[in-house]
Design a protein around this ligand. Structure first.
Ligand SMILES: Cc1cc2nc3c(=O)[nH]c(=O)nc-3n(C[C@H](O)[C@H](O)[C@H](O)COP(=O)(O)OP(=O)(O)OC[C@H]3O[C@@H](n4cnc5c(N)ncnc54)[C@H](O)[C@@H]3O)c2cc1C
Length: 527
């Protein structure tokens, strides 16, 4: 006999699954969340990996979390506190550096030190990106229209988008087209001449993709990451006090308050389907849970190729799912430190350590890092994006100790030779060797290290091929094509089976938008 029936069962207790559950429960539905791991959060998780050191194991900074979710779920009351992350420090091999901060005038002076022209262009660039982000932002919170449908709702949305586009100034329309088609570096080349500035800015165009800074299409990803930076400090990049797991825990607390049941160590093995309609799930321990609706916050590979039998899905749809690109390209190295790293280009402790620290010294460096990945090797000198959260939130480490969180690219899921289990230590060593070129004391201050390869991200977090966004954030997999053209409105070919995770519009990052959009669409409350 199936156990107690629910109105909805949500597969996966990452922040999107929890968000969807919270909205459904607030609308009076009886909801159960099933999480495979022992802890909630998915890729937005805090874990005490070494005694006293609470790592944001995967994601480490937040900016895109939708303000509507913070307000509607009253997340500050559930413990969410975002602390600002100020600036990006990019050390250079020649002992110089580029240090951009949130104080616009200071950043302008700093850029002028490298190029007066670029300091002026930086203002123009900022204004243009704000316009672009304003254009795209409402799209984040909408269910994408189906461009092939004649349904009045889809047609009205297409008209709405067309009108918005025509409402842009000519220059902004042109910029928007360029963003959609150009590489990050080509786009930035039009504004700037300073190599290190272009390199460090282009980095956000490649995060989570298997593309280089000179690959067409990466300019758009710049905008995706820029989105959180407009309209004042709150949506700038920041740390969640207690690590990124605190975000998931705040959402989980709001969900529980609304009546959601949450089970951890409850792995779904199969989605039950009767006559084309989802009727519940079966767990790996054999438990069967009946539900009127099933929402999957995991990726399309798991949802459609693992949890469902092919006979339940149209062949064309399955072909599209098989074509969906993951191509994980990133790894993570989390270090527990006895002291702070000491950078050659700006020795001693200081405000430069409180923001992001980016190893992206030149455009060629970034592109060479990609070259190796193209042929199945991890970059010997990778792009590394680091933060030291303990300088802003000392609660995550023992007194006087620090955490250095290193996001590393490229680490291709498919290696040309050997396995990731064999290469894990060498990958960790490469990251330390790279850091040592800029902060020579690093080797002497490491107490513990955690190395996560794309294979570890797949095994431990259920991220197929280790893609950090549940599938690449490339243009052909965004908006009305995410995850599959024609199925971007959170529904699936199986009746009562919905998608609500990062593999749906508007994609990855700690945003909550897929979870909220899916739930509101399901409740008939969404445009
Ligand atoms: C290394 C790394 C660094 C990142 N850095 C950042 C960052 O700094 N800032 C940012 O905004 N974003 C970052 N991201 C991306 C961001 O963390 C993710 O896009 C986001 O957390 C995904 O949320 P989600 O709820 O959609 O999916 P997930 O977090 O993937 O949640 C899915 C959940 O489903 C569970 N699950 C899997 N299989 C089963 C099963 N069979 N049964 C039940 N449950 C199952 C998983 O355990 C997981 O908890 C990063 C991601 C990674 C991996």
């Amino acid at each position: 006999m199936p156990e107690l029936a629910y109105d909805a069962v949500v597969i996966g207790g990452g922040h999107n699954g929890l968000t969807a559950a919270a909205y459904l429960a607030r609308a009076g539905r009886k909801v159960l969340v099933l999480e495979r791991r022992h802890v909630l959060g998915g890729a937005a998780v805090t874990e005490e990996v070494f005694p006293g050191f609470k790592f944001s194991v995967c994601s480490y900074v937040v900016s895109l979390l939708r303000p509507d979710i913070i307000r509607e779920l009253d997340l500050p009351r559930h413990g969410l506190e975002i602390l600002p992350l100020d600036g990006t420090f990019t050390p250079m091999p020649n002992g110089d550096y580029l240090w951009r901060v949130n104080d616009h005038a200071r950043t302008r002076r700093e850029i002028a030190r490298h190029s007066k022209l670029d300091a002026e262009a930086y203002d123009e660039y900022g204004k243009a990106m704000v316009e672009m982000a304003r254009f795209v932002k409402p799209i984040l919170d909408m269910t994408p229209p189906d461009p092939l449908s004649l349904n009045p709702r889809d047609l009205m949305k297409a008209v709405f988008l067309g009108r918005r586009f025509h409402g842009l100034a000519d220059i902004d329309r042109y910029n928007q087209l360029q963003l959609m088609t150009m590489s990050a570096v080509d786009f930035l080349d039009q504004w700037f001449e300073t190599d290190v500035l272009k390199a460090t800015m282009s980095a956000s165009g490649i995060i989570g993709t298997f593309l280089g800074v000179r690959s067409p299409g990466t300019a758009y990803v710049l905008l995706h990451h820029y989105m959180g930076e407009i309209d004042g400090a709150f949506r700038s990049w920041g740390f969640a006090r207690g690590g990124t797991g605190a975000i998931s825990n705040a959402i989980a607390s709001a969900a529980r308050e609304a009546g959601v049941d949450i089970r951890t160590e409850a792995a779904v093995e199969r989605i039950l389907v009767r006559e084309g309609t989802a009727t519940g799930v079966v767990l790996t321990n054999g438990d069967e849970i009946a539900a009127q609706l099933v929402l999957s916050s995991v990726d399309p590979h798991l949802t459609f190729l693992k949890f469902l039998e092919p006979r339940h899905l149209p062949g064309e749809f399955l072909d599209e799912v098989r074509r969906y690109k993951f191509r994980g390209s990133s790894g993570k190295v989390n270090l527990a430190l006895d002291a702070l790293p000491d950078f050659r280009s700006m020795p001693g402790p200081g405000a430069h350590l409180r923001g992001a620290i980016s190893i992206s010294p030149s455009v060629d460096y970034m592109e060479r890092a990609y070259d190796q990945a193209k042929y199945g090797e991890f970059s010997r000198r990778p792009y590394i994006d680091m933060v030291i959260p303990t300088l802003t939130d000392p609660s995550v480490a023992p007194p006087g100790k620090h955490i250095l969180s290193c996001f590393v690219q490229y680490a291709p899921y498919h290696l040309a030779s050997g396995t990731w289990d064999e290469q894990r230590d060498a990958f960790g060593d490469t990251v330390i060797d790279t850091l040592a070129e800029y902060a020579p004391n690093i080797r002497n201050i490491i107490l513990h290290r955690q190395v996560l390869t794309p294979l570890d991200l797949e095994r431990e977090f259920g991220l197929t091929e280790g893609n950090i966004f549940q599938g690449e954030l490339t243009l052909e997999q965004l908006f009305f094509a995410r995850p599959v053209p024609g199925w971007a409105q959170y529904t699936t070919p199986v009746r009562n089976l919905w998608m609500c995770g990062s593999a749906t519009h508007p994609g990855g990052g700690i945003m909550g938008a897929p979870g909220r959009n899916a739930a509101l669409r399901l409740l008939g409350q969404h445009a």
